[in-house]
Every structure is written in structure tokens, then in C-alpha cells.
Design a protein around this ligand. Structure first.
Ligand SMILES: Cc1cc2nc3c(=O)[nH]c(=O)nc-3n(C[C@H](O)[C@H](O)[C@H](O)COP(=O)(O)OP(=O)(O)OC[C@H]3O[C@@H](n4cnc5c(N)ncnc54)[C@H](O)[C@@H]3O)c2cc1C
Length: 451
């Protein structure tokens, strides 16, 4: 063979290997923060990968849903009915993601004082009310100092989680040195409202993971949260619009029905306008909730163990209502979060007074509310919008199974299960971290393919 021919053959082989590297097809199932960030991170790492992002709903966002409602003055305003707040520190990956993808000052934001009130429904005075803007308004100092001591205990656990792994909230609270009445009246309702669930459910959750929700920072006299003026979902959709359509195909209203192995690849079956379609892909990422992932993989026998582990991840329903009924809050002692309980300290509702974010949200309240409360709002004509969400209940079993699940998935080089829940505690920030982990798995897969 002539040396020129040899050179041409070598060049052809090099070209083919580059070509195969660049032609990888990646399916991402789920267009929430985890799926969208996963698509973004993979496209940055491998600009030639062909990514298909499947979303069952008509638009991107997932739990992040920005809705338009009328304020007290009758003006239309945007409100996040699902995830809404973030702060620097615990949400740094989230903040960095927007700056990287949308440029400097990617959003306008408003801040709110994270003030708290706990009150029994039939009693005129609150059991606990925290200062507003660092100002005491006749609050009982003794109760505030106790709340600070409770926060300190939580912060200690947050900083040194090792010895608390596998411990439920109930076991942790039992050994805290507070009177039983304080635990029932304040600690449990506060913890339940943090997750948006009932007192009995919160007792079963993993203490270490739940304290993360409010112990991210050293207890301070005042904490402020940030809220995006345009809404979290609006921004996720802006990312989708900016994505290069020659590299990332976004398929909305395209629920994935099943995923099965096909030799070295994955066959993804989805529905489009009621018609089943398929895509054969090299790498697949699930950015869906655990129960939805279990349904999609149930016909793949090789994933039977993964499916079994996914079933341990239980969800509870969270109904969130936007309304204009001021009886859900204490108007004399304004606080951002208003937790209303029964005589026996069970949660009735937990309401954010959105007027305290800005005047534009004047007269709008966002409540975690029981079905009865929602019916009552409907009858009074004060209901503006209601949505059902499904939230993972982070029990100690959930945490153990998550570890097992990650080890099982590790055995499949071209598969990753992402989603906020897959990092333990679910936030928009953890969803981004899961998107990064999906991209890392893809990088490891590519390095194997290249060999
Ligand atoms: C009421 C509420 C309030 C919250 N508040 C906050 C907050 O203030 N701050 C914060 O950081 N976090 C908050 N969270 C948590 C936050 O919403 C989640 O962590 C985050 O949305 C998880 O993102 P994800 O992409 O993992 O999942 P999701 O946002 O749930 O996205 C999953 C996507 O998968 C899609 N999907 C499902 N099945 C299929 C299928 N078969 N085919 C195709 N697509 C499918 C779904 O339609 C959805 O779009 C809150 C959550 C709730 C419920």
C-alpha cells in the first residue's frame, strides 16, 4: 500500500472516530430544572451531541409554574405557584446557572423578610410571632429565644450530620430539651409547614434532611429570601428559547411511554399528537420523579432492580392555592409565613402573604391548604388559582434506598437518573446539581466510547 493511501486510511479512521464521538444521541426525559440544566451542561461539554429533551406538558418548567392572576387593584401580575424563593449560599449553583446561561443580571428580583407566625385557628392571639424587619412588636422574648435555641440545635445537626443519619424527626425532637407543649405547638407545625405536609407525616421524615430546609445558615435575627419578579418558570422557558435547535430538540406535549434496552442503545417510545413514535439513543437521562421513572422503565427486565428501589421513594400531594382571602393571615401582626393550626396543633393551612414581597402582589395569598379550605375559597369566589404538586417524602427509608439506587444505576454506563429528588432534599438548586451529575456521567460514558 502506498504511503499516501496509508495516510488517507488513517485520516479516515480518525475522522470516523471523531464522527462517532460527535454523533451521540442523548434523550433527556423531563423538562423541569433538572432536565433543562442537564441538556445545557451536556451541550456545553459536547457541542456535537444530539440532545432530545422530552416534556409531557405543553411547556418547560416542571414544578416551576409561573401563573398570571389579578392583584387587589385588578392588575395582572406574575406569581410562582410552585417553587418561588431562593437565597445566596444554599442556592449558589442556581444563581450561577442563570448568570452563565443568560448573562450578567439575568433576572430582576425582590426580597422578603422571612418572618413567621403560628396561630390557632380559633384564638385571637398568635402562639408565636417573629420580629418584622428586626423590630419587636410586643413579641414574647422568651419564646423567641427558645426558637433561636431550636434553630441552633438544628444548625448543629446541619453542620455535623454524621451522627444523625437514619434518625427520624420524631426521634430527634423527642430528645430535645424543650417542654412537650412547645414541641407540639411550635416545633412540629413549623417543621411540617417547611415541607408542606402534615405533622404526622413530618415525624416520619429524615431529621438531617429536613433541617436543611431552614438551617442552611447560622441562626440570625433576620433572614431574607429572594423572589424572581418574572417567575422561575419564565426563566426556564427563556433558557429553552435560547437553546440551539440544531443541537437540542425540545419536544413538548411528548410524554415518554417506555424506555427499553436495544443492544448497546436505548429505545425511547413517546407519544406525539396521540401517535407513538420512537428514538434510538446512545445515552438516556431520566429527569422525572421517581414514580414516573418507575412506570417508564417497567417493561425493561434489566432495570427490574432499579424499578424496585424507585418504588421506595414515596410522594405526597401538595395542593397550593392562590387567593385573595385575608382570613388566612394575621393582619394585625403581619408576617410572611402564617401557620394556622387546630386546637390539637394539627396544620390547617400555611400561607405566604405575598403583599409583603412587593406592592405589585398586593392582596394575593399563597396557601398550602386542605381540600376543605380550597372548597371554601371556591365558594367565596376568592380562589385565584389552584395546582396539585407531588413532593417526595424524605423518610429514612428514602435516604437508604437512594444510596442503593445510585449504586444500581452505576452499573449502566449510558443511563442516569437525575431530578432534584435524586440529590436527597428537593430544591431548584439540587435539581441543577443533578443536571451537573448527569453531564458528568455522560462525560465518563464518552471517555469509554473513545477508548
Ligand atoms: C409547592 C412547592 C414549593 C416549592 N418551593 C420551592 C422553593 O421555593 N425553592 C426551591 O428551590 N424549590 C422549591 N420546591 C422544589 C422544586 O420545585 C423542585 O426541587 C424542582 O422543581 C425539581 O425539579 P426537577 O426538574 O427535578 O422536577 P420537576 O420540576 O418536577 O420536573 C419533572 C418534569 O418531568 C416531566 N415528566 C414527567 N413524566 C414525564 C414523561 N413520561 N415524559 C416526559 N416528561 C415527563 C414533568 O411534566 C416535569 O416537567 C418546591 C416544590 C413544591 C412542590
Amino acid at each position: 500500500m502506498s504511503s499516501i493511501l496509508k495516510l488517507l486510511l488513517t485520516l479516515l479512521l480518525v475522522f470516523q472516530s471523531i464522527h462517532s464521538f460527535s454523533q451521540n444521541k442523548v434523550a433527556i426525559i423531563g423538562g423541569g430544572m433538572a432536565g433543562v440544566s442537564g441538556a445545557q451542561f451536556i451541550s456545553e461539554f459536547d457541542p456535537k451531541a444530539q440532545i432530545i429533551l422530552f416534556e409531557k406538558e405543553a411547556g418547560l418548567g416542571g414544578n416551576a409554574q409561573t401563573v398570571v392572576v389579578k392583584n387587589k387593584e385588578g392588575k395582572l401580575v406574575k406569581v410562582d405557584i410552585g417553587p418561588q424563593y431562593f437565597i445566596e449560599g444554599p442556592w449558589n449553583d442556581y444563581i450561577a446557572f442563570w448568570e452563565k446561561t443568560l448573562g450578567p443580571n439575568p433576572y430582576e428580583s425582590e426580597t422578603v423578610d422571612a418572618s413567621l407566625l403560628i396561630q390557632r385557628k380559633k384564638e385571637p392571639k398568635p402562639v408565636l410571632v417573629s420580629p418584622l424587619g428586626m423590630k419587636l412588636r410586643g413579641e414574647k422574648l422568651g419564646k423567641l429565644l427558645k426558637l433561636k435555641r431550636f434553630n441552633k440545635e438544628a444548625y448543629e445537626m446541619y453542620k455535623h450530620p454524621e451522627k444523625w443519619r437514619g434518625i427520624t424527626v420524631e426521634t430527634w425532637v423527642n430528645q430535645l430539651k424543650f417542654e412537650e407543649s412547645y414541641k407540639k405547638e411550635i416545633i412540629y407545625p413549623f417543621l411540617a409547614a417547611s415541607l408542606g405536609t402534615t405533622v404526622s407525616e413530618i415525624k416520619k421524615t429524615s431529621a438531617v434532611d429536613i433541617v436543611k430546609l431552614f438551617a442552611f445558615r447560622k441562626p440570625k435575627a433576620s433572614n431574607q429570601f429572594k423572589v424572581m419578579t418574572d417567575g422561575m418558570a419564565t426563566l426556564i422557558q427563556r433558557i429553552g428559547e435560547k437553546m440551539d435547535p440544531t443541537q437540542i430538540t425540545i419536544k413538548c406535549s411528548a410524554p415518554v411511554i417506555r424506555v427499553v434496552q436495544s443492544k448497546e442503545k436505548w429505545l425511547v417510545t413517546y407519544s406525539s399528537n396521540g401517535v407513538e413514535q420512537t428514538e434510538l439513543v446512545d445515552f438516556v437521562i431520566f429527569a422525572t420523579h421517581a414514580d414516573q421513572t418507575a412506570k417508564i422503565i417497567k417493561s425493561e427486565p434489566n432495570l427490574a432492580e432499579v424499578s424496585k428501589s424507585l418504588k421506595h421513594i414515596t410522594y405526597f400531594e401538595v395542593k397550593i392555592a392562590l387567593h385573595s382571602d385575608s382570613s388566612f393571615v394575621n393582619t394585625e401582626k403581619p408576617s410572611f409565613l402564617n401557620i394556622i393550626t387546630t386546637d390539637s396543633n394539627e396544620l390547617v393551612s400555611s400561607t405566604m402573604n405575598l403583599s409583603m414581597i412587593s406592592d405589585r402582589l398586593n392582596g394575593i395569598y399563597k396557601s398550602w391548604a386542605s381540600t376543605d379550605a380550597i372548597e371554601q375559597l371556591k365558594r367565596s369566589g376568592k380562589l385565584l388559582h389552584v395546582t396539585s404538586f407531588w413532593h417526595p417524602l424524605i423518610t429514612t427509608d428514602f435516604v437508604t434506598q437512594l444510596g442503593i439506587l445510585h449504586r444500581e444505576v452505576d452499573q449502566f454506563p449510558s443511563l442516569y437518573l437525575s431530578g432534584g429528588w435524586s440529590e436527597g432534599l428537593e430544591t431548584q438548586n439540587s435539581a441543577i446539581i443533578s443536571g451537573k451529575h448527569a453531564a458528568e456521567k455522560y462525560k465518563a460514558f464518552l471517555s469509554k466510547v473513545k477508548k
